[in-house]
Design a protein around this ligand. Structure first.
Ligand SMILES: Cc1cc2nc3c(=O)[nH]c(=O)nc-3n(C[C@H](O)[C@H](O)[C@H](O)COP(=O)(O)OP(=O)(O)OC[C@H]3O[C@@H](n4cnc5c(N)ncnc54)[C@H](O)[C@@H]3O)c2cc1C
Length: 365
């Protein structure tokens, strides 16, 4: 089995396949985890932007429930890596009564979503996070959401997968495929060919140009996100704080990660002064004290977007042995465990997994 793309999604699939006894090879043009996965903030929030609970929220909930057992297993398999997993709550805040009313609409759905939401007025919200701006009029705390170090979690996953026999071929771009009668028989790369019985395309936004080599149109789209790590002061917040124009993530190393732009600018690499200024502005709006913080570093990543905001998980139409796992957009870190489990299950069972039905790549045909 060959997996193209060793981001968090490819690594989760390889790890899960190897746990079930399958042998796989991971191929990546960079080092594992060094594209979108490395750029993420690590927020684990299925209710992220308060859509009405639908297929994506349900999938996110299932994945969040898997996180503790994945973290526990990885702690045994890669004991020197602490993935900084915490379910210590995500606080969403509003600056106007309209924004607060919009947030509170989510309260109706808490039972359906299966996550508790605590409604906080202006006084209580500042008891929960004392350094929040005085302009915050209220908020909602979801005590069961949380965060993980996306970088360390992916490192632990790749290490555990390697220990289980997964071979990583890094800095080795896929250049094409050998095929025969509706099947891919080998993956061509800069360093040679890899024969395969099954292939998974998990190359984030690059899945589109790669699938094009098979004559398939996979509508992934890069959506750039820029972020800033703020430091040089005591961490002013305890929870992930999500506002209308940005979010803040207090990291274990004392930095506050501030994010993020959402830019539909194609495969454009790098940060921009304008994008970073927007992120800094949103950070200071939430916690004014952050205007005294120093930029420690800045970065960007290209999220794998999809036309309807849902991931594409399942068989690539027209091909017998090609599976897609991409389009996770803003939720790939959250969705990695459930994606790993369901894709591994589907491939090894050799038939479509009903739970993946809402995410079938054939919906765009
Ligand atoms: C700024 C930012 C903040 C985010 N915050 C969060 C968050 O808080 N929570 C959350 O859940 N999600 C978050 N995300 C989204 C999350 O990062 C992504 O959904 C997730 O990383 C996607 O993982 P992936 O493995 O599909 O893609 P990637 O990590 O991009 O991996 C794809 C891999 O394919 C490889 N590849 C490309 N072309 C080729 C080729 N020709 N041959 C071989 N390999 C190739 C790449 O090198 C790359 O390693 C954030 C994203 C960004 C950018």
């Amino acid at each position: 089995m060959v997996i193209v793309g060793a981001g968090i999604i490819g690594c989760a699939i390889a790890y899960e396949l190897s746990r079930r006894g399958a042998s796989c090879i991971m191929i990546d043009s960079r080092l594992a985890g060094m594209a979108s996965t490395n750029a993420a903030a690590g927020i684990l929030a299925p209710l992220a932007e308060f859509q009405r609970p639908g297929a994506l929220v349900q999938l996110g909930m299932e994945s969040l429930r898997l996180y503790p057992q994945w973290v526990e297993r990885l702690a045994e398999e890669a004991p020197d890596i602490d993935v900084e997993f915490q379910l210590n709550g995500v606080l969403r805040v509003a600056f106007t009564e309209e924004e607060l009313a919009e947030l509170r609409k989510g309260l109706r759905y808490q039972d359906e979503a299966g996550l508790e939401l605590v409604d906080l007025d202006q006084t209580i919200v500042r008891e929960v996070e004392p350094r929040l701006s005085r302009n915050v009029v209220g908020g909602l705390l979801c005590p069961d959401e949380g965060q993980v170090s996306n970088q360390l979690f992916t490192l632990a996953l790749s290490r555990a997968a390697k220990q289980r026999g997964v071979r990583f071929c890094e800095r080795n771009p896929v250049t094409g495929f050998r095929r025969s009668q509706g099947r891919v028989t080998a993956v061509r790369t800069a360093m040679g060919e890899y024969a395969c019985d099954q292939i998974v395309l998990a190359a984030g936004p690059w899945t589109r140009p790669i699938a094009k080599k098979l004559g398939a149109d996979v509508p992934t789209r890069p959506i750039r996100g820029q972020m800033v790590a703020l430091g040089g002061m005591r961490t002013p917040i305890r929870h992930v704080v999500w506002g209308p124009r940005g979010y803040l993530v207090p990291r274990a190393n004392g930095l506050v990660f501030a994010g993020a732009t959402v830019e539909d600018v194609g495969f454009r690499f790098g940060t921009t002064q304008r994008g970073l200024a927007q992120v800094r502005r949103a950070a200071k709006e939430l916690v004014p004290q952050l205007s005294q913080a120093q930029d420690q570093f800045t970065w960007f990543g290209l999220r794998p977007g999809s036309p309807d905001g849902l991931p594409m998980l399942g068989a690539l139409p027209g091909w017998e042995n090609v599976t897609l796992a991409t389009g996770h957009f803003r939720n790939g870190i959250l969705l990695a465990p459930i994606t790993g489990e369901l894709i591994a299950e589907e491939i090894l069972a050799g038939r479509p997994n009903e739970r993946l039905a809402p995410f079938g790549p054939d919906r765009f045909e």
